[in-house]
Design a binder for this molecule. Structure first.
Ligand SMILES: [Zn+2]
Length: 233
């Protein structure tokens, strides 16, 4: 990873040098920047060119930004709709004997013992989502992994971690990180994110081969990617 400074921003980019005539810059939907440069270019010259393009890079990133998950302002009061696996459920908050969340009859029933506040409801729901995300993601990951058996890769470790700008990521050591937010989207969207990350076990970068592999493992992935963007925007 290299970086340049543009105003108050530090733009990180991945550099790939190869037999090519000119320099190209790609900005990906996960806001990553990739620079393809001729073999003979020096890092200093490359950075110079990237700097002249930084205004365009930032513009591209802000375009993609709108599709990245953001948490809408929620009030955590009765009557509000919250999603789970692509369906909306009405929040019903009432006093009870313990703090708990139960999904029943099209509703998120939240019971609290003692004082209730937005914060308590928010935390109870977050915990509920996290637990269900854990179960669901591991289940889907096991299923998706069956499609990758031909590659003799080890089943990746899965970690659930809240990320502000990404649904998932794959590390060089084979660990896959999934954003618990996607539990709000339909199962197929979760399958898309996990399939995408598992394709990175074979093709680390977003190159042509990567997208060929992704289309082979999930032919209609674009549909579910769009659906995910709509659900979580
Ligand atoms: Zn990716």
């Amino acid at each position: 990873m290299h970086s340049i400074n543009y105003g108050t921003k530090e733009l990180f980019f991945e550099l790939k040098q190869s037999e090519r005539k000119s320099l190209a810059i790609e900005v990906h939907p996960d806001n990553s920047i990739k620079v393809l440069a001729p073999l003979k270019s020096s890092l200093k010259d490359i950075k110079k060119v990237v700097l002249t393009k930084s205004k365009w890079i930032v513009k591209q990133q802000s375009y993609f930004e709108q599709f990245l998950p953001k948490t809408p302002e929620r009030e955590y009061v009765s009557g509000e709709t919250h999603c789970y696996l692509g369906k909306g459920y009405i929040l019903k908050i009432r006093p009870g004997t313990e703090n708990k969340v139960k999904l029943k009859g099209g509703c998120f029933n939240v019971e609290f013992n003692g004082e209730n506040s937005q914060q308590i409801t928010r935390n109870l729901l977050a915990k509920w989502y996290y637990q269900h995300a854990e179960r669901k993601f591991f289940y889907v990951a096991n299923q998706v992994f069956q499609k990758f058996k031909e590659f003799e890769v080890e089943q990746p470790n899965l970690e659930i971690r809240r990320m502000t700008k990404r649904w998932g990521s794959c590390q060089k050591n084979g660990k896959i990180i999934i954003n618990p937010e996607i539990i709000k989207a339909p199962t197929k969207c979760i399958e898309y994110v996990i399939t995408h990350e598992m394709c990175h076990l074979i093709q680390f970068n977003h190159n042509k081969k990567f997208y060929e592999l992704l289309s082979q493992k999930m032919p209609n992935w674009e549909k579910w990617k769009n659906r995910l963007e709509q659900t979580l925007s």
